[in-house]
Design a protein around this ligand. Structure first.
Ligand code: AMP
Length: 278
């Protein structure tokens, strides 16, 4: 497995030919990330995984500084999962100067995660656009775990005419249902137990799920929502401001989403459902 650090390294990797799948990550890899690598291997001849904790997608007071960094273990796991190369840029490679041109990710980035984390999706689009331009992959694989991110990156790829196929990969969970996340490392054992409420709430209606989370000790819900898939239009949302509902289509795919604080840790989860829901 090759370790790539610069755009010249990437050009030499790219110059060897063959189709390339990119899997962008922030490291602290778990089985969820590795499932993306396995899926990527089925989609292209060569797989490059990027590991970069992108400062521009973290807001003030978020966990950029303490985000888990486990590079040695990550490289070991990626070697075993069959990645051909890992792109591990220094921040100066990704951001050689102060950027004056930004991507406006549009209205999908204003709701839910975007409302709670202003500027987050602009930072995500910025770094993913840069990775697309540097790596020039044929395919890019993202997790459905970050459903809103996936929807926005599909829109960005379409709207900016990137010749890249976007693949969504299903959520990988622990045996008890907790969605794998690098941030699960922050949870105490009691918090981890409380965090199971997120997965459980995905079986419930919007208001019922929000109340259930409110009533779970140690859990502070931020929103429970229902959106169309893949357009990501809000059908229902329960949050601190109350409950709003728009008419839902009778058929089609929808996503139930939940975000909550468990202690100091922010967690998200979701579930895709087909309507009529049985
Ligand atoms: P991150 O390192 O958190 O930026 O995640 C990198 C990629 O892995 C993103 O596309 C995530 O959606 C995806 N991912 C994270 N957790 C999971 C999971 N439990 N199952 C599937 N994909 C995941």
């Amino acid at each position: 497995m090759r370790i790539l650090k610069t755009s010249a390294d990437l050009n030499s990797f790219r110059g060897a030919g063959g189709t390339v799948a990119l899997v962008p990550t922030m490291g602290a890899l778990h089985e969820g990330h590795l499932s993306l690598v396995k899926l990527a291997r089925q989609q292209a001849e060569r797989v490059v995984v990027s590991i970069f904790v992108n400062p521009t997608q973290f807001g003030p007071g978020e966990d950029f500084e303490r985000y888990p960094r486990t590079l040695d273990a990550d490289l070991e796991a990626l070697g075993q999962a069959g990645a051909d190369a890992v792109f591990v840029p220094e921040v100066e490679v990704m951001y050689p100067g102060e950027a004056s041109v930004q991507i406006d990710p549009g209205p999908t980035a204003q709701i839910l995660e975007g409302a709670i984390r202003p500027g987050h999706f602009a930072g995500v689009c910025q770094v993913v656009a840069k990775l697309f331009n540097l790596v020039r992959p044929d395919v890019a694989v993202f997790g459905e775990k970050d459903a809103q991110q996936l929807a926005i990156l599909r829109q960005m790829t379409r709207d900016l005419s990137y010749p890249i196929r976007i693949i969504g990969a299903p959520i990988i969970r622990d045996i008890d249902g907790l969605a794998l996340s690098s941030r699960n490392a922050y949870l105490s054992s009691g918090e981890r137990e409380a965090a199971l409420a997120l997965h459980r709430s995905l079986e419930m209606e919007t208001m019922e799920a929000y109340r259930f989370l409110q009533e779970t000790p140690g859990v502070e819900p931020q929103y429970v929502a229902l959106v169309t898939n893949p357009a990501f239009e809000l059908l229902a949302v329960a949050d601190q401001g109350g409950f709003t509902q728009n008419p839902a289509p009778a058929t089609g795919s929808v996503i139930r989403l939940v975000a909550a604080r468990v202690g100091a840790t922010r967690l998200i989860d979701n579930r895709v459902m087909e309507l009529p829901h049985v």
